[in-house]
Design a protein around this ligand. Structure first.
Ligand SMILES: [Zn+2]
Length: 206
């Protein structure tokens, strides 16, 4: 029912925007000549995909708190972009050449890290019934999963200590990028229902 609700709402344009951002961004990165321009557009594409993904989440739930919505979208954009800063940290250098010629992938590109962090935040928010913490956890999840999915076309997903998956096909990357915000919507919808069931139980007991 909820999936149908998403499909029949005005999300077609946002899905198209998300897919086009990914495809155009990748095309530019592929065809630009200067290393600096490639790195810049690569990062901008990560940032835009993160921001649009969270915009889809906000649009699905018709968030009326404009300032909160803007802050959340900005946060998702900044995290999706900032993940690549760990290239510089791992290289111990501000040089773009050093940062992009690392032998091993830096820590924030390990998908086990955000999964563990998000799981812990999710448990804390569920235990303390702090809804804002759940949203922060889901913003982090959206930013990391969209970034790692885009990078996975080149090097697969890295799940320490189990190793890396093979590179994913381009079409799978686009489909997963579109699916991520809707997966987040399903999680929010599920937790909302749980909250209502708990509230109703408390009312019945009283
Ligand atoms: Zn990256």
């Amino acid at each position: 029912m909820f999936v149908l609700q998403i499909l029949y709402s005005s999300h077609g344009i946002l899905i198209l925007l998300l897919a086009l951002t990914a495809v155009i961004g990748d095309y530019l990165v592929e065809h630009l000549r200067l290393h600096l321009h490639k790195a810049l557009f690569d990062n901008i594409t990560h940032a835009l995909i993160g921001g649009i993904s969270w915009l889809i989440v906000c649009m699905t739930f018709r968030n009326r708190y404009t300032l909160q919505t803007l802050i959340e979208i900005a946060l998702c954009t900044v995290i999706a972009s900032g993940i690549d800063l760990d290239h510089f940290y791992a290289a111990r250098s501000f040089s773009l050449k050093d940062a992009t010629s690392l032998k091993n992938r830096p820590a924030l590109h390990c998908s086990s890290v955000p999964l563990i962090v998000v799981f812990i935040l999710f448990l804390i928010s569920y235990t303390l019934r702090e809804r804002w913490l759940l949203r922060v956890a889901l913003i982090i999840f959206t930013a990391f999963s969209s970034h790692h999915t885009r990078d996975a076309t080149r090097r697969g997903y890295w799940f320490y200590p189990f190793g890396s998956t093979p590179s994913i096909p381009y079409v799978v990357y686009i489909l997963l990028t579109i699916l991520i915000p809707y997966l987040v919507c399903l999680i929010i919808n599920f937790t909302d229902k749980q909250k209502n069931i708990i509230s109703q139980s408390i009312v019945n007991i009283i």
